[in-house]
Design a protein around this ligand. Sequence first.
Ligand SMILES: [Zn+2]
Length: 109
Amino acid sequence: MTKYVADKLTELLRVNPFYEICGLITDNGDVIEIANVAKHKANNYVFDTLSYYSELRELKRLNIKVVATWHSHPHCNSEPSTLDIEYFLKSEYDMVIVSFDGVRELKHA
Ligand SMILES: [Zn+2]
């Protein structure tokens, strides 16, 4: 993860201290935010399906690949939750979690 990505995620967390925010990180080092449509946004996140798939389509058109998903933990440290680990193991992407203690990366081997 580049310093740009880490700084950008930290900044997004700072301006969104109440609810989890989430999105994608691309292989050209960009951070994309996807709307969180979870019912309990303070401690959970669910990508808005329409924005998620329209982003994926647009990235594919531009030949840009998604390398990781990211989300914030505004109310706890960057330790992955049980659900986070479950998602990570099922996902083809790496996972990045940003909290006030820093930015943590879960990488597939
Ligand atoms: Zn989490």
